[in-house]
Design a protein around this ligand. Sequence first.
Ligand SMILES: [Zn+2]
Ligand SMILES: [Zn+2]
Length: 317
Amino acid sequence: MSHHSLPAACPIDFMGNNCWDGNITHTSKGQEVMSTAQYVSVHGGHSGQFCYHAKDTLEEIIQSYISHGFPWVGITEHVPGITMELLYPDQQKAGFTPASLLERFDRYMQECRRLKQKYADQIDIYAAMEIETYSGYDTFIPNLIERYRPDYIVGSIHFVNDMVFDYSRERYDLLAETVGGHDELYSRYFDMQYEMIELLRPEVVGHFDLIRIFDPYYKERLRKPEIEAKVIRNLELIKKYNLIMDFNIRSLLKGADEPYITAHILQMAKDLDIAVVPGDDSHGLDNIHINMDKAISILKEYGFATNWRKPRRIHYD
Ligand SMILES: [Zn+2]
Ligand SMILES: [Zn+2]
């Protein structure tokens, strides 16, 4: 049995649970087989329909999650930039404006909800969003949450000093230079992450150590005492609010040899008993389920529970 096909007598219920019985799953013939973890994603489902650097329609993407046996998935499209300078360079070139991005985001939330209904008997979809931390986010994001009522938010940092750092190596190094070096860039990133978590308490913390993206020396740098102290501080805050950490496999598609979270921080998260759940950060059909087995086997190896915790939905009155 491939690990994401479910036994026939054991349909997924609405909550995305199948009939777990400890480590054993019963098949229709009554045989017992060792069950393995299901494919899920707390972060992803970016689509070409609503994200300029992704591909394919949201409906095609959801159909693909269904066909790969995901019992549930968080669709977490990017929130729009709020000034021209805050748009990604490719968005600027393509002629987007803050207004046109907001209008597209509006359509995203509607379409995501429509698909959530349409496929409700096949997959439990979360209509969610991935936030940003540029200037003004502390009022803009709460306003967006109020207006669109997402099921949850993914708290991610792609901006330091209002500059996107994950777009290219050139911009990354330029930004590091601007702030006084790579150590300082990491420090600011983790400080901003702390503030964001404190302010918004996102149900899912996205790619915790994304700041390492273009840094060949990240393994050593993350262990420098002043940086590691911030990492530990942030992990403790995540623990305090009982948030989920995204185990993000997009790094593998881009040539990294491990997901975000890096190994030694993953161990710290385990020691703190933080919930860590796979996130594919997919940006098109061909990203779905790729490397998911690898993510799951790493999480197992570190002793994480693989009856994945589901995100808690934000409660609205
Ligand atoms: Zn993206
Ligand atoms: Zn992201």
